[in-house]
Design a protein around this ligand. Sequence first.
Ligand SMILES: C[S@@+](CC[C@H](N)C(=O)[O-])C[C@H]1O[C@@H](n2cnc3c(N)ncnc32)[C@H](O)[C@@H]1O
Length: 320
Amino acid sequence: MKKIRYIDLFCGIGGFRIGFQQACKKTGITSECVFSSDIDLFCQKQYEANFNELPVGDITKVNENDIPDHDILLAGFPCQPFSIIGQMKGFKDATRGTLFFDIARILNNKKPKAFILENVKQLAGHDEGRTLKVILQTLRDFGYQVSYSILNALDYGLPQKRERIFIVGSLEPIPFLFPEPSRLFKPLAEILETNVDPKYYASENIQQKRKEKHTSAYNPSIWHENKSGNISSYPYSCALRAGASYNYLLVNGERRLTPREMFRLQGFPDDYRIIVPDMHARKQAGNAVPTNLVKAVAEKLLLCLADKENTENEAHGRCI
Ligand SMILES: C[S@@+](CC[C@H](N)C(=O)[O-])C[C@H]1O[C@@H](n2cnc3c(N)ncnc32)[C@H](O)[C@@H]1O
């Protein structure tokens, strides 16, 4: 357990990688990413600029035998088929719904010690729970002990209400429990930039319309307009979304979030380089996994795996 080799599937801009690396550091484990994949060229560029590694493209075209052996598989697989924002097609969506099965074929072939998967929380209820049941059963059939939980980034240090399902599996039986929520999140004031470029401000007309409809109880606050035009505001952000309308979230009802603010809301550190145009940065941030959630889950998993290995080594030592 002193060195862990892992793979980063559907890696996007590396949210999983950042959280996992932080967890490894905290638990005193050296980590090496031995394979990463994402089909999106802008994500690949962004990932390379930060990790000095160009992810492989379409995973459906990668033969599992060509993937290096690894201890842990990480995958935040595409959420569109399961999301309420999408059209609830799930596995029937022939192009996207089958990407879970690419994870499955890699797991089945490489049999890493453990995995962490992430998706939107709607996966749990999709098709009356049948979709998740198929996923869990597939993973168990491969010999994994599997558990899942829905975690909210707001409960793990970030001022963003973002609920995600995490599915964790281990080949060996381990007493894995999901991390307890801390319920303390970073104040919005620490996320927001000062001296924001005027281009991020909504038009006078939009600002005025928002303010006619709503007065916030918080300062600073992020205002959220839902599909029916209702406005609410909180001292945290609603979930960032990749395909949201331009003025879906407005700081103090006045301006859009800057790319740096969006990346901060997902827990990306300030030394993370943003090298893509704003339009892509918004999409990338909306698709990313909150790094804090990955760190919290991975830490628990790594400690369990390390304990297991220590116990086995001790038992082995006694036998000799
Ligand atoms: C929900 S996002 C994951 C984001 C990532 N966890 C992060 O923090 O940035 C899903 C990713 O899967 C990628 N993707 C979709 N289809 C793919 C495919 N066939 N092969 C590889 N990547 C794919 C998308 O480009 C997207 O970046």
